[in-house]
Ligand binder design. Structure first.
Ligand SMILES: *[C@@H]1O[C@H](CO)[C@@H](O)[C@H](O)[C@H]1NC(C)=O
Ligand SMILES: *[C@@H]1O[C@H](CO)[C@@H](O)[C@H](O)[C@H]1NC(C)=O
Ligand SMILES: *[C@@H]1O[C@H](CO)[C@@H](O)[C@H](O)[C@H]1NC(C)=O
Ligand SMILES: *[C@@H]1O[C@H](CO)[C@@H](O)[C@H](O)[C@H]1NC(C)=O
Ligand SMILES: *[C@@H]1O[C@H](CO)[C@@H](O)[C@H](O)[C@H]1NC(C)=O
Ligand SMILES: *[C@@H]1O[C@H](CO)[C@@H](O)[C@H](O)[C@H]1NC(C)=O
Length: 621
């Protein structure tokens, strides 16, 4: 192939050449080449005549980018305006991207990664190559619309930025082991395959973290962009699973799918195992993450060494100096020291001092969540009219970490006992503030119980170690009982997914009746409406027959089709509710045909039929 190199600033002509290809009939393409010769690191590309309207009948124009072997290529479309004549851009005018090329050439058999058309808001603007070649094809059809085409920038990026700081297992593509060696740096980064380019389909990657006896592994998933999907993580074809131990059978403590940022996870022991699997058809960009092997003594609250945890740093910043943090009424509770206990306002049950601020920090690990139950609550309130406990009044504020930021879950003031709360991850912060000039000698302050729990506050069923929050109900253990949303009757935790698996005997069906239901959302309870939801299924996968439930209305009684049933609860990172309480029962299935045959003309017959038709109606919904 003829290789013509243009200095971008002087790009004035387009050269016609032939691309080698299996079939020659369609191989007539115009080519524009950009490469990193002359130490060039970036440049601009554009469609012909940009910003004037592009011509019709540009059958094939290939933009080819080649970098040195230790770099990858980034292209960003800053302007984009192509006529959109089909939803998936396969007809009409389009830009077709080839990101995973071994050689800087394409033919009919080359696999493209995506096709772009429409306006800037319709497309993904940034794309990366996996290796040192990236090609996109610009195609226009016979129709002349009035569209300006595209203009963008490209950059060559040093591959070392995406180097995984672990040992690749020989003979594997993406199985790594990370050892903590006291002499070396005990932190580093890891990525999905080909990051920042899209990961391939059908991969199984394993990242094993092996620490020393006195160490823990902390992971921060800085950016997660997997295949977009409305499904719960259980059914998502692309997901990251974090297991608390040395192998692929250790209990699951974290699961990530779809999109996420800055998710923090901590092992309970010195080892962690991360599995990444892609089974979907439309791979996302993947993930970037960092790890650190932390010495357990860093967690010791009397230790002189400040903790590495970002959240603590921000609290310390708010308190201006670490010295101030150590003095006074601030406290840190670590699940190593105790799994439960109490904390109170200063001097409780006597009045607390004026102008005081106390910060209580809770740090768990593994699957642990922090559950907080106030047993006494009596703060000074100068004016009954105050809304949402905002303003210069005495308050208790509860913070959780969402997307790496401290987010206030709620403010509490006055003397109303707050509902039981639960963190969305292994850490949580409670802040108490009192102000000056109070003249009420009668206030007691507050007292609260905290617990580090691994069961999400769900006490029914048997917890499934294959899920972050999964519970198994086996009719051989209990034939009936109640089950609830996490932290019930308190407020359910944010960004939490729980599954309830019901296994009956072959002759049994599962009946569910809801006693209470308050799941924040708007039907059809999708991501689009930022809804939390409860989902029912006769399978481990999604059951399209039964709609999702959310809102204040209780679902009607539900009966399974067979001897298996699954209920899922999923909350997002916004808005809260109190969840649900439901009664389950494994009942012997009465076959309608048997009933008709044996019941005959007995008086119970009509009632039986009525019940059955009701059940059938529900199954068909
Ligand atoms: C393009 O613009 C010209 C004049 O500005 C107009 O006559 C023509 O109808 C436009 N074509 C389309 C497809 O919008
Ligand atoms: C990439 O970075 C590494 C390490 O920083 C450096 O040795 C190498 O020369 C860089 N390569 C390029 C092409 O800049
Ligand atoms: C990599 O690890 C995963 C998970 O343990 C495993 O399923 C896969 O077979 C391994 N790959 C290879 C090539 O051994
Ligand atoms: C706290 O934990 C201890 C065991 O560690 C247990 O006996 C006790 O009942 C727990 N208290 C509460 C309030 O959960
Ligand atoms: C249910 O319990 C029975 C008897 O203990 C056992 O054989 C079966 O495997 C259990 N089923 C599940 C899904 O745990
Ligand atoms: C529920 O199960 C208990 C035994 O676990 C049994 O005694 C009781 O009759 C059952 N109740 C119903 C309504 O099935």
């Amino acid at each position: 192939m003829t290789r013509l190199i243009f200095l971008i600033s002087t790009l004035t002509q387009i050269v016609h050449i032939h691309v080698r290809s299996a079939k020659s009939a369609t191989a007539d393409c115009q080519c524009i080449n950009y490469d990193s010769t002359y130490e060039k690191k970036y440049g601009i590309f554009m469609s012909p005549d940009w910003p004037k309207y592009y011509a019709s009948n540009i059958n094939c124009m290939l933009y080819t980018f080649t970098s040195s072997t230790d770099s990858i290529i980034e292209v960003v479309f800053d302007e984009f305006d192509l006529d959109r004549s089909s939803i998936d851009c396969i007809y009409g005018d389009y830009v077709k991207l080839y990101l995973h090329l071994k050689e800087p050439e394409v033919n009919e058999r080359s696999m493209h990664n995506s096709v772009l058309c429409g306006k800037l808001s319709d497309i993904q603007q940034t794309h990366y190559s996996a290796g040192s070649a990236l090609i996109f094809e610009f195609h226009t059809d016979w129709r002349s619309g009035n569209n300006t085409g595209f203009r963008g920038t490209f950059r060559f990026i040093n591959k070392t930025l995406f180097e995984i700081n672990g040992k690749l297992t020989p003979g594997t593509n993406c199985n790594y082991t990370f050892y903590s060696e006291s002499t070396n740096e005990n932190s580093g980064r890891f990525f999905s395959p080909q990051y920042p380019s899209a990961y391939p389909r059908g991969v199984d990657c394993a990242y094993r973290f092996v620490g020393n006896k006195n160490e823990r592994v902390r992971l921060i998933f800085e950016q997660v962009k997997l295949q977009k999907s409305e499904l719960s993580c259980l059914n998502n074809p692309d997901k990251i699973e974090v297991r608390d131990g040395d192998d692929a059978h250790s209990p699951v403590i974290g699961q990530l799918c779809n999109k996420n940022t800055l998710v923090d996870m901590v092992s309970t022991g010195p080892n962690l195992h991360v599995l990444f699997q892609s089974r979907g058809h439309f791979p996302g960009q993947g993930f970037k993450a960092s790890f650190i092997f932390e010495d357990v003594s860093l967690y010791n609250l009397n230790s002189e060494t400040p903790s590495m945890e970002p959240e603590k740093t921000s609290i310390e910043q708010r308190l201006t100096t670490p010295k101030e943090w150590k003095s006074g009424c601030n406290q840190e509770f670590d699940s190593d020291s105790s799994k439960n206990g109490t904390f109170t306002s200063p001097n409780y049950p006597k009045p607390y001092p004026d102008d005081t601020r106390c910060v209580f920090i809770f740090q768990g690990r593994g699957r642990e969540r922090i559950q907080i139950l106030f047993t006494d609550f009596d703060l000074y309130m100068p004016n009954e009219e105050i809304k949402d406990c905002e303003g210069p009044i005495d308050t208790v504020m509860v913070f959780i970490t969402i997307k790496g930021h401290q987010e206030r879950l709620n403010n509490y003031c006055g003397s109303t006992l707050p509902r039981q709360l639960m963190s969305n991850g292994p850490s949580m912060t409670v802040e108490f503030k009192s102000h000056q000039l109070q003249s009420s000698p009668t206030v007691k302050g507050f007292r609260s119980i905290y617990r580090f729990v691994t069961n999400f506050g769900i006490t029914a069923g048997r917890q499934d170690s294959e899920q972050v929050c999964g519970f198994i109900f086996n009719s051989t253990e209990h034939t009936n009982g109640t089950f609830t949303s996490p932290n019930y009757p308190g407020i359910y935790p944010r960004a939490t997914e729980c599954h309830y698996f019901f296994h009956g005997r072959p002759s049994e069906r599962i009946h569910l009746t809801f006693a209470y239901f308050d799941v924040e959302g708007v039907p059809p309870c999708t991501m689009e409406t930022a809804s939390d939801y409860v989902e029912f299924s006769n399978f481990r996968t999604v059951d399209r027959k039964i709609p999702r439930h959310c809102g204040p209305k209780k679902p009607k009684t539900i009966e399974s089709d067979g001897d298996f049933f699954r209920v899922a609860f999923k909350s997002n990172d916004k808005f809260d509710g109190t969840g649900f309480e439901a009664f389950y029962q494994f009942r012997n299935y009465v076959d309608p045909i048997t009933v008709r045959r044996t019941a005959g003309a007995e008086s119970c017959h009509p009632l039986f039929l009525q019940l059955l038709s009701c059940a059938v109606f529900w199954m068909m919904l």
